[in-house]
Design a protein. Sequence first.
Length: 466
Amino acid sequence: MKAALLTVVNAQAGAHGPATGTSPAQARTSVNQVDLDAPLPGLDAALEEVRRLWLDDAVWFHDPAYAAHLNCPVVIPAVVGEHIVGAVNSSLDTFDQSVGATMIEQRLIRWVADRARLGAHADGVFTSGGSQSNLQALIVARRRTPAAPADRVRVFTSAESHFSIEKSAAIMGMPPEAVIAIPVDAAHRMDTEALANAIRRSAARGEVPLAVVATAGTTDFGAIDPLEDIADVCAAAGTWFHVDAAYGGGLLVSRKRRGLLAGIERADSVTIDFHKTYFQPVSSSALLVRDAAALQAVTWHADYLNPTGSGNPDQVNKSLQTTRRFDALKLWLTLRVMGPDLVGDYLDDAIDLAQAVHAAMAQMDDLEIAAPPHLSTIVFRYRPADPPEDAELDEVNDAIRSELYRSGTAMVAATSVNGRRHLKLTLLNPMASLEDILVIVAHVRRIGQRMTLLRRRSAATGSAHQ
Ligand SMILES: *Cc1c(COP(=O)(O)O)cnc(C)c1O
């Protein structure tokens, strides 16, 4: 154990940035050279090999220059929890394989449900991530419309919701047209009037509404759909109201911004990723439901495991999984050591940072910002004065991102806005400073300038040769 920790500590200490720019081919070659049928002399040698194959080129989410995806640096109590979880190896499917662990998970679910004010009958279960939580939410909602065939049910969600909604619908056997994309307003939030109209038109076609999925924190813009208004529309239409708060769920413990989630208390189900805005190691996520009975949609009894009428508090009755990790321990230790306020403060720090970075970037005339940040992301593109045409700008912005990764100096993400390539800073590191992030921005601009210049030169020499 100590040797393993030292290996990680040494690798972290030796890192000179968030990444080393290793290519897939390089990573594959060194891993494929290992002869798995010929073990090494001992653990030390194996750890040394792991260091070489992985850690030396790992991507470090705690590095302030890592600003790519929705990954967080992890808090120490949760890392301690992760080690205990693996060593003890309790399985949360049944009480008789976990005892106190089942009670700890249930207590935490109660605690989060209370934070979301879902009411006395709420329940839920830990899952592997937001995608699984969203899938289970739709499965649970589907149970209310058993008679409707899969090609008649419809899910309404914003055009900018997470892809796992469409993927879940496909997994559940629904055709692509079953997910109706509702347009967003200028602030990237679901247009509630368009939602109401879409539900009305769908009903007129004889379709059956399965659920409305609102997003509390979209993956690109961090936009929070108008939850109260959507709740009203769902109440009027008698439709299941799911809130995907995979990203925004951390606001439940924010002292400054809890109000942004107003209306979440009216949801029928809620997705929360602790491995995003609660600074937990992967995996740690939950699905909450307003009415505990809804989880019976995934209940199945096996004589050897959870026989009917056993009376045991078996969590397998509420989960898509059977054998399941005790991920709840990480959040438990985090709350018991740090308390919820500090976790919320960390998220607030990241959001404050995003606002400060945005204010600084707004002054730079070679950057075009797609929208002010709602949470902790900034979507933008490099666009110099006298810009080249859009297709070329796409290439320049793509090149900036690859060059940052290749050089290992910083990591940013890419996305598209109105079909055009953009870059994205996702800030979830409460220890990163404004200066840290402005260094990344300076790299982006410097590379952008160089790329644009090179292109202009080669275009000029290209035409001279013609
Ligand atoms: C990240 C994310 C998900 C998926 O969660 P995973 O834990 O990666 O499976 C779903 N919805 C939103 C809005 C997200 O940001």
